[in-house]
Design a protein around this ligand. Structure first.
Ligand code: FAD
Ligand code: NAP
Length: 313
């Protein structure tokens, strides 16, 4: 029986593993379906993690030492996909791909979330090279420069507002002429002088060269008129898919309380509605979706696990 099963080996899962093992738990396994590191390994650069400021290093380089540190303190890694986490009496049953089952006293689920892609030409080609899904991560690269934002929901407009305090101009491209975002957010955005709303429009193409994104073509869906914007960063905010399938039971129902967008409801201790089950990182409610906060969540969850196990003894 494991003391703790950690599902997902991104910044949240790795940090949970570090704190759980270093805090004295002997039997902790992190199930990560790929190489540990998480989403940030896709990034070519990270400059907002305190203490790490090296422009020559990629997200992959950045995460490299995390694994080494965690494994040093006894965290075990099984490169396996988890299908399901279920509470069986007092314990958890972790079902792995292929059907193997592992029992654990506690579980910390840190499977993250994935920003959706809008699907325009050049989006994948220039992702991480001018096309971004994270204003907090990449907005500063466009200080005093124009940027384009795609989407009409709360995230797109809130991030447009955030970018408007850094960038010279923010062009919000939305496919309809009505916004999904709350009226208060829309009102705040409309009052900001350097935010410009381009409605009934889509990104026709993101173009560039080996150096990265050079500009975007925006098409009005009603008139088919195309305008070209050169030298702009492109931020896509068209929703997120939360990786929450491991928390569904055989009847497809979630085992713990979730909000309407599939994020796990936790308290400040990363406790879910199920005793002994914690989540951390991008998949929880109100997640800032940053490495530093995912790591912070992981540490909080692991410290709670240690207390929980002590209380049960
Ligand atoms: P993730 O990093 O998503 O890790 C989840 C892990 O769970 C993955 O490794 C996945 O393989 C694994 N997993 C999922 N399902 C299963 C399963 N069923 N079984 C086993 N394993 C599973 N943040 C910053 O702070 N600064 C930045 O500059 C920055 N830049 C970014 C650039 C890019 C291109 C991207 C994509 C993200 C960036 N972020 C940045 C955001 C940051 O990467 C995330 O906030 C952070 O990685 C979230 O950590 P997490 O551990 O919650 O989830
Ligand atoms: P969302 O509400 O689903 O909005 C996604 C936006 O992207 C929509 O405007 C949608 O257009 C557009 N879109 C989707 N696919 C597209 C595509 N392929 N090409 C171009 N545009 C596309 O997602 P979200 O903004 O991330 O918000 C998710 C949930 O979190 C929402 O319920 C939101 O209210 C909530 N949220 C709340 C807060 C807050 O309370 N402060 C902050 C952020 C998010 P259409 O409108 O035409 O469908």
């Amino acid at each position: 029986m494991l003391d703790c099963a950690i599902v997902g080996g991104g910044p949240a899962g790795l940090t949970a593993g570090l704190y759980a093992t270093r805090g004295g738990l002997k039997n902790v396994t992190m199930f990560e379906m790929g190489m540990p590191g998480g989403q940030i390994t896709q990034s070519s650069e990270i400059e907002n993690y305190p203490g790490f400021f090296d422009h020559t290093k990629t997200g992959m380089d950045f995460m490299d030492t995390w694994q080494e540190q965690c494994f040093h303190f006894g965290l075990k890694h099984e490169m396996k996909k988890v299908e399901r986490v279920a509470k069986t009496g007092e314990h958890f049953t972790i079902t792995l791909e292929g059907g193997e089952q592992v029992e654990a006293k506690t579980a910390i689920v840190c499977t993250g979330s994935v920003p959706k892609r809008a699907g325009f030409k050049g989006e994948d080609e220039f992702f991480g090279k001018g096309v971004s899904t994270c204003a907090t991560c990449d907005g500063f690269f466009y200080k005093d420069k124009p940027v384009t934002v795609v989407g009409g929901g709360d995230t797109a407009l809130e991030e447009a507002f955030y970018l408007s305090n850094i960038c010279s101009d923010v062009y919000v491209v939305h496919r309809r002429d009505e916004f999904r975002a709350t009226p208060q957010t829309l009102d705040r955005v409309m009052r900001k002088e350097n935010i410009h709303l381009i409605t009934d429009s889509v990104i026709e193409e993101a173009f560039g060269d080996t150096m990265g994104l050079a500009g975007v073509k925006i098409r009005n869906v009603k008139t088919n008129e195309i305008i070209q914007m050169d030298n702009t960063g492109l931020f896509v905010f068209v929703g997120h898919d939360v990786n929450n399938s491991v928390l569904r039971d055989e009847n497809d129902k979630f085992i713990c309380e979730m909000n309407d967008w599939g994020q796990v409801i936790v308290d400040l201790s990363m406790k879910t509605s199920i005793p002994g089950l914690y989540t951390a990182g991008d998949m929880r409610i109100e997640a800032p979706k940053q490495v530093v906060s995912a790591a912070g969540d992981g540490s909080v969850a692991a410290l709670q696990v240690i207390s929980y196990i002590q209380e049960q003894q």
